[in-house]
Write a protein that binds this ligand. Structure first.
Ligand code: SF4
Length: 274
């Protein structure tokens, strides 16, 4: 098989939490055009080294019998689309499913992989007028909207994720986000300030499960399919003013770090906010 030098940031051989109801191998690809202040994976924002794809596929082959699929995370995995398409092809050849976590900044690249992806988990980070300044990219909103449109017109499964922080998201913001993406399932995730890139965010208290429950109640007015995800209880579905715990496979996942120890910290939370 062809080898490539890839922007591999690291991987988790078996995860129960990155893809609902699936055991997954998670691949972190480095490089990201955004600079979200709450990013937890800031060590992966720049591509610092390239590694041989064979090394990664050897690890995937060892894990293959225990997993359902592979989640591509980052950084932003669609940034280097030639590498991502090459890796997806290798995963498909092994008979595994594919999920891609994305910030939506590369709509044309999303189009190129639509047919080969089973699930897109796309971030919608805030309301439209705050978007570009939050992620520090002047054309972010326009590109995110194009990505949403492409996903809307496709047949692929999509889950939208918003990661919530006390200083960044009001109840009204969440309501507007729910309306904006009312045609997609929306997951409201509890942000983890303690791991944030920005010092000010690191000082704040995480939103509580009760506060996120209230946000889910408001979001539910506009969006039929709302879940919340918290450190306390994992993933839960919001239904008629109550919460039903999702049947998750467990909360543990093993971590196999890349060459640099610093990376392993990133793997204990979801990728960045994911
Ligand atoms: S949170 Fe995700 S999209 Fe934002 S800077 Fe970090 S890796 Fe990039």
């Amino acid at each position: 098989m062809r080898h490539l030098k890839i922007n591999l940031g690291g991987f988790v051989p078996i995860s129960t939490v990155d893809w609902s109801h699936q055991l997954s191998f998670v691949i972190f690809l480095s490089g990201c055009p955004f600079r979200c202040p709450y990013c937890q994976n800031y060590e992966l924002l720049e591509v610092k080294e390239l590694r041989d794809s064979e090394e990664l596929f050897r690890e995937l082959d060892e894990a293959k019998m225990f997993i359902d699929g592979v989640v591509f995370s980052g950084g932003e995995p669609t940034e280097r689309i030639d590498i991502l398409t090459f890796l997806i092809e290798g995963v498909k050849k092994r008979g595994l499913k594919v999920a891609v976590q994305t910030n939506g900044y590369y709509p044309d690249n999303l189009k190129r992989i639509l047919e080969d992806v089973d699930l897109f988990m796309m971030d919608v980070k805030t309301v439209p007028e705050k978007y570009d300044s939050l992620v520090k990219r002047p054309d972010a909103l326009e590109r995110v909207e194009r990505s949403l449109e492409i996903l809307r017109e496709s047949e692929v499964d999509v889950e939208i994720r918003t990661t919530l922080f006390r200083s960044l998201h009001t109840l009204e913001d969440v309501e507007r986000i729910a309306l904006w993406v009312s045609d997609f399932p929306l997951v409201l995730q509890q942000g983890r300030p303690e791991n944030a890139w920005d010092e000010e965010i690191r000082k704040e208290r995480p939103l509580t499960r009760d506060e996120i429950f209230e946000m889910a109640r408001v979001a539910k007015k506009h969006n039929k399919n709302i879940k919340i995800r918290t450190a306390e209880l994992g993933e839960e579905e919001y239904e008629d003013h109550s919460i039903r715990r999702e049947a998750v496979l467990g909360e543990e996942r093993s971590c196999k770090s890349g060459k640099r120890d610093g990376y392993s910290r990133s793997y204990h939370g979801r990728c960045c906010e994911r």
